[in-house]
Design a protein around this ligand. Sequence first.
Ligand code: CKU
Length: 594
Amino acid sequence: MTTTMLYPCVNACRNFASLDGLWQMQFDPKNCGMEEHWENGLPDSFSIPVPSSFADLFTEREKRDYCGDFWYETKFYLDSDDTKDVLLRFGSITHRADVYINGVKAGSHEGGFTPFVLNITDLVKYGERNRISIRINNELNETSIPCGTVKTLSDGRKIAAPYFDFFNYSGIQRSVHLVRVPKESILDYDTVITLNNDDADISYRVKTSGEHEVIAYLFDRKGNKVSECTGKEGILHVQNAHLWSTEDPYLYSIVFRIVNDDQEIDKYPAKLGIRTFEIKDGRFLLNNKEIYLKGYGKHEDFEVIGRTFNYSVAKRDFELMKWSNANCFRTSHYPYAEEWYQMADEEGILIIDEVPAVGMMRSLMNFADAKDTHFFTAPTVPELQKNHKAALEEMITRDKNHPSVIAFSIYNEPETYYQEAYDYFKPLFDYARELDPQKRPLTGAVELHSNPNTCLCYKLCDFVSLNRYYGWYLLGGPELNEAEKAFRKEMEGWKQILDGRPLIFTEFGGDTYASEHKLPSVMWSQEYQNEYYEMYFRVMDDFDFIKGELVWNFADFQTTEGIMRVNGNKKGIFTRNRQPKDAAFLLKSRWNHK
Ligand code: CKU
């Protein structure tokens, strides 16, 4: 059978077992694992939690900063069941993996932020213990996203040198599932919603691995069946549809069944929100009503757990977003764990979903040293584009049915001012439009060098997304008034060329130390963070093509070490342990009426 990215579920037809827990791990700095056949058993391993970002678990710098090959191993047991296939599903492995079952290669995957699924039915020994061995590699390069490089130290040790501003957390960072599905099963589905007055039509398509009939059902929250349709494609009519919105994130259940007369072959249930999202006359419309985007650029990042998904941290983040009257976040700079999207559907928070296309300029100092690196002329570009395309496909395939996902972001801060960049991105935008059944708006975020006079790629976007640091990286502190003037001038430029596209800010902010207060303000103080944001809001409110503001960042987060960062990026509105800085109250009050 072909693989499926559907999130695992349990019912009479299918089930799963979690393989999360303590696995075995071994670093392979000499790259001898392959030669010595570590796929048949790790010679000198230690235990490690799965899922986890391994870096911050250790007390030794060499382990935290480890870059290169490393191996994971665990065992599992399965009873035989001839009626089902066995799938091994990884929520993500960062950045690439070769997977072996009982010493036999089962598959590989490139890209650290999307799931991959291997059909291991023929590799499993039933009624016996089985071994999963994985060779993982976390090196950065210019052929895969996110981009960066590797520095080799004089003792031969490698360290990651990202062209981006977040720590290169890696390992098996998301859950692992052993999934059992019927031989003939549901592989994927998509939905497109249209509203007709009070009613809605849900056009659906289901992909299965067989030829039997499919029936689709829609149930309301109380479990009452509200619609039914037979066929692999069809329309579920919903009378008096209860719409999904940020104020009232009502979710129905959509259920697909494969049937053979009275026999149920497979069944897959999922949540479904009835909503439309589009751009019209330069405005964002959610269910035909204008919506202004308010919120954050985020990271998957927390003390000790790094980028590992944790329900409690995520719940706290959603509570803080709602407390501050935000309605949206961008998954800067990579697709997040699937549970984020499930929770956003429930909580009524909108998502701009971003592919890990970050670091597309050669910068080792958080972009301050980067400009004109002619990134898109390198011989690595065709391979990079192939991996970028695959990451896009995996993200859109995975996330296309979430009501919370309103847009896809195809890049963060590449050098968009070269024809080569346009030629690189054009096919990726075309492909994304083809892949998304809901035809969500597409965007990409750009830094200051991509401005109205230089940017060639904004024309590919349905809305323009700007990352701007007037008053921080340039014209900061005593020059804040000058920053405001320069900022206004740039906005006048965009006004001339947007041609009906809305413009939003996907980043603006300044590093702020939570313990720092000063009157009059200085950069890094809480007072300055407030003044900085007040200046931005003054300017933004004077330009009506601006339709959203996502501040940078939701919370302080870990980065690579360097003179630009004080144990991480401190632009958070909240501290890394999720307590408010003063600016949180400013945003809360503004977003209460914006
Ligand atoms: C942020 C030009 C802005 C680039 N932007 C990218 C983001 O990942 C960084 O964290 C800047 C910053 O705080 O410098």
